[in-house]
Design a protein around this ligand. Structure first.
Ligand SMILES: Nc1nc2c(c(=O)[nH]1)N[C@H]1C(S)=C(S)[C@@H](COP(=O)(O)O)O[C@H]1N2
Ligand SMILES: [Mo]
Length: 515
């Protein structure tokens, strides 16, 4: 029996549409900026000569982008059908067509602002779907063309049943793709809706961050004392970020308390505001790494809420749970000892970005994020450490993890060339809630020499430092170490980040050149 070209083209089209639906849904769920097709449309706009674009916009008005996207979809449909035809005889040629289309998508994403590895995931998902679906449909079509591949005998294949099998395959793929498309739309919309609520939100008594002059050493290249939302590192296990409307949010505080409470977002808005500069860092930050940031946080003091709930004797831990199911355990002592532990509503004077835990997250100065800084917080159980294992604790990380004393060289950059002679060196040092008393640098393993440190308003933030070293022409190694206000001198013993934070001195190699 023979299949007609139409069936192969249909297989290609269906596989292509399924791939587009998958990549669209993945892009929406991951909140990637644009679906791959839109990214390609942007690429076209960017590559098109300015005059042509202007003329198009002039004659088409606001319809220019839908028309462009529509045009791309038509071209894609032609390519899909062609790939289907090719798949009949030369599977590799069909793969090449899909591979080529994916490559265009990759190029389009690559030229966007700051694409991350995740930005390419929708394209990868689409490509896998294209190849997978086409291969399934092609197998069915081939069975129709040659009922007994390689064998002469066997029960004859019923052609009608074979055709039904192919059409059933096509139908299922279409249904699943439509489902994915709807899911993508739904996710994309809820993210947009939350972004809108967030941008319209005005949180009473949140003030703008004002960086104290004394917090800066004024050396170019040293990390900015305040970290912007865009530059603030991101760590979370969630792939699809929770999209929580403030009016839908609530927090239950329960467990070993006299009066369990459920708080709404409005309850937090109505409460007394607490604001502070707090540096947050990740336990996974390697020596010299950048999983650390400093922001102006505004929210409600956690200690007040716990006092109202009435913590029962014997309780020593808060089991915090996020909307996405992530958990962490925080010592009650660290929250109630007077430090600025808070349920944060705003970061740097604006409502929390969705990525950083909108609408409410926890911030506890002095503890690594994985034991304190729950984003999209929805539940706090007052309990004991003996009674639970939190997300990372089950994977080998410590139950408790105060921040370790650390320091970093920001300038000069490792591997850079400097002019021999007096060379300015600078960076940051931190041990939140303990504070930094001093910083020293050493050249080529020589004597430690003190450098100047800035004077931030509290001990809950990192501290900028700067100094001058004398470098003769040649290669050199610069090292830094800090001393805490507790009198601890940062150890040079190198330990890995697991289970409770890295230790060791940060060093950079530079080459001093004759002026
Ligand atoms: N819901 C949730 N909250 C979380 C995490 C997570 O995976 N899920 N990661 C934690 C870790 S390990 C760190 S270091 C901080 C990072 O916060 P940021 O992404 O705002 O910088 O968030 C913490 N809060
Ligand atoms: Mo972390």
């Amino acid at each position: 029996m023979r299949t007609n070209r139409g069936a192969w083209m249909l297989a290609g089209l269906v596989a292509g549409a399924a791939g587009l639906a998958t990549s669209y849904a993945v892009a929406a769920v991951m909140a990637v900026r644009d679906s791959p097709v839109v990214a390609v449309a942007e690429l076209v706009i960017r590559l098109a000569p300015g005059a042509a674009v202007e003329r198009a916009i002039d004659s088409l008005g606001a319809a220019d982008k839908p028309l462009l996207v529509g045009g791309i979809l038509v071209l894609l449909a032609v390519a899909f059908a062609w790939a289907g035809l090719l798949a009949r005889r030369r599977w590799w040629a069909a793969s090449l067509v899909f591979g080529g289309l994916a490559a265009v998508g990759v190029a389009a994403v690559a030229i966007q602002d700051q694409p991350s590895a995740m930005s390419y995931l929708p394209i990868a998902a689409g490509l896998v779907t294209w190849l997978g679906v086409l291969s399934i449909l092609a197998t069915r079509l081939r069975a129709l063309e040659d009922p007994q591949p390689g064998f002469g005998q066997g029960p004859p294949i019923d052609a009608a049943a074979g055709r039904r099998g192919f059409l059933f395959g096509v139908g299922s793929v279409v249904l699943v793709s439509a489902g994915l498309g709807v899911l993508g739309r739904f996710w994309g919309r809820s993210r947009r809706r939350v972004e809108e609520s967030r941008s319209l939100l005005r949180i009473p008594r949140v003030t703008e961050p004002k960086v104290p002059g004394r917090a800066r050493v004024g050396l170019a290249g040293v990390s900015s004392w305040q970290t912007s939302e865009e530059d603030f590192y991101l760590i979370h296990t969630a792939i699809a970020l929770p999209t929580i409307e403030p009016e839908e949010w609530s927090l239950r505080i329960h467990g070993m308390v006299d009066r369990p409470v459920t708080l709404t977002y409005q309850d937090l808005l109505d409460r007394k505001r607490s604001e502070a500069w707090i540096t947050l860092n990740c336990v996974s930050n390697v020596v010299g790494g950048d999983l650390i940031g400093n922001a102006w946080w505004s929210g409600v003091r956690l200690a007040d809420l716990l006092e109202e709930a009435g913590v029962r004797p014997g309780a020593d831990a808060l089991l915090q749970t996020s909307d996405d199911g992530w958990t962490c355990g925080t010592p009650i002592s660290a929250v109630t000892d007077g430090r600025d532990a808070m349920l944060a509503l705003a970061m740097n004077g604006r409502p929390l970005p969705v990525e950083h835990g909108f609408p409410v997250r926890t911030i506890v100065p002095g503890l690594y994020g994985f034991v304190s800084a729950t984003k999209w917080l929805v539940d706090i159980e007052v309990t004991t450490f003996d009674d639970f294992d939190a997300y990372w604790t089950t994977k080998g990380w410590s139950e408790q993890a105060p921040v370790r004393l650390a320091s970093r060289i920001d300038v000069p950059r490792g591997g850079s060339d400097v002019e021999a002679g007096q060379v300015r060196v600078g960076g940051v040092a931190w041990q939140q809630h303990v504070g930094i008393a001093g910083v020293e640098v050493s050249v080529d393993g020589g004597a430690w020499q003190s450098v100047e440190i800035a004077a931030p308003p509290t001990d809950d933030t990192w501290v900028q430092w700067a100094g001058t070293v004398d470098l003769a022409p040649g290669d050199h190694v610069l090292r830094v170490r800090a001393t805490s206000k507790d009198g601890e001198v940062q150890t040079g013993t190198e330990r890995s980040v697991l289970p409770d934070g890295a230790t060791g001195w940060h060093e950079v190699e530079v080459t001093a050149r004759e002026a």
